[in-house]
Ligand binder design. Sequence first.
Ligand code: SAM
Length: 286
Amino acid sequence: MEEKNFVSDSTLYLVATPIGNMYDISLRAMDVLRRVDFIAAEDTRVTMKLLQRLEIKKELVSYYEHNKKERGNEIVYRLLAGESCALVTDAGTPAISDPGEDLVALCAEKNIDVVSIPGPCAAINALTLSALPTGKFVFEGFLPVKGKERRDRLEFLSKEERTVLLYEAPHKLLATLSDLCKYFGGDRRITLCRELTKLNEEVIRTTLDTVVSLYSENQPKGEFVLVIDGAVSIKDEVSVTDDMILERIEKLISEGNSSSDAVKSASKEFGVSKNTVYSLYLSSKQ
Ligand code: SAM
């Protein structure tokens, strides 16, 4: 594999940093942080700790939501003058749910080269752990906080057939899970990924109504990514017949599964709600 181990002048480097585990920093990320002229960071205190750990001394400037316009122009000015800059976020990949996207757009507008140094990203980490379909997915970042905008987004997403990825803060988690339950239905599958790559990493693969009960009783702590199964398409739903479901249940029972396990498996396999499959099974027995 050919390696490109130098830093070019007048270039913005997007450097992914760990989302919890320091060992996830890449050799290339360290090299670029060492070689650039300066680093733009979302929170300079957070980045200072990382740099101290890596024994890197470098000029740090802050670049975050509330100074992105004016600071973005200053960074571009320095890049046009020949300096190189690394952009880092508090954790993960810059430009994913943070103001990095504006700086990249500004650089593109000014024909400044941008190089992305790949590494940790909470959304992708969660998707790979979800045990839900990964072939087609949609990343939504944070949902709008309230009002019509939030309701419209939830309504729209409830019909999304691809796996849906969301970020959420712990103090808003229960409200978001309850809304998801209301719009998507309680039996929709969800994988909740908490504190990824950290000591208390937890992956809960269950349904929306179960996580709502769980966090109604326990206060959510830490950082979360929500991975939600896509909606079953109407096309798929009509192609599944009652006979197909019943045949599958009988087969599973004949293989030694309990009727309740057989109903659960058939519900998952055909993407039809557990309640529907259960009622179908009960009426077939009458
Ligand atoms: N740029 C980051 C990335 O690449 O993942 C995301 C930044 S976004 C402002 C922060 C959100 O990412 C958190 O609210 C949480 O939803 C998610 N997140 C970040 N680190 C996480 C972790 N270790 N475990 C679970 N979720 C995490």
